[in-house]
Design a binder for this molecule. Sequence first.
Ligand code: DP6
Length: 325
Amino acid sequence: MNTATALASPNIALIKYWGNTDNLLRLPASPSISFNLAELHTRTTVTWESDLAADYILINGQEATGDSRDRVAHHLDHVRKIARHAGFARVESSNNFPAGTGIASSASAFAALSLAATAALKLQLTERELSILARLGSGSASRSIPGGFVAWYTGAHHQDSYAETFAPPEHWALVDLVAVVSREHKKTGSTPGHAIAVTSPLQAARVATAQERFDRCKQAILNRDFRALASVVEQDNHVMHSVMMTGTPALLYWEPETLHIMSLIRELRQDNGIDVCYTIDAGPNVHCICTAEAAGTVEAALDTLPGVLEIFRATPGGPAQLVAS
Ligand code: DP6
């Protein structure tokens, strides 16, 4: 049977990806760092069937249509090209976390799809080749292929922009407490957002200084130095949101509750010595990154804020992997 099932986790970026040098190839303007969220995953089964007239895609039990269908089918075109295969596939994908929670499902979705679709055709891609392939579907998906603490390099060409592990998941027991303040679908998704980045007068400065923040973050992780990590993670996040806010059109992702959480986290760290910092993706929900020892205190503090609807807890996870169908 030409079938395979893969599991992949979403990831949280500590140094952000925002803007491409090539939007079609998703070659990022700057390098980024992340870790996979172990407790969350997308599970995808791909079956290449000879009697299909088109790709058939089920996401969370519903047939995909429109843009989301086209994005998956387009990704399968890349796989067909690599494999020199002409057939169509049946794709069944589901997440164990709800959509619209500020946890990007495109990363885990395109990582799991890349692995399952190639394995189902008996292609044996290296981790680097899989990361490159996943990148074409969603930039951050390149980081969901390897496990642990991951670096994604900008690369000058398609073949040298990939992500790889620089420390295993057990290197540092960090926790991501995702504070959900809104379940609404974001107004401007990441893909159009990346294209807008270049219109901000601040993007050139962001890109010019990104390598320094990347190096500082990687070193802080290798040294397990939380204070150094907190300072660079929040700075990088503020730089990215400054770009978002100053492009044309301006992208303002924060809600009042987002700012409440940001102040609470800074207060916990600066006034109470708690090892916690925040980072925010293209939406209003806040990822509170803390040490395992601090997680209970941080969660209790977040619980006191009326605007926090839900809190997800996730820890550094392993690579995308094949599982029994
Ligand atoms: C703000 O990888 O979701 O979360 O390549 O268009 O799918 P596409 O974009 P995506 O962008 C992620 C942006 C971010 C920062 C990050 O994860 O690095």
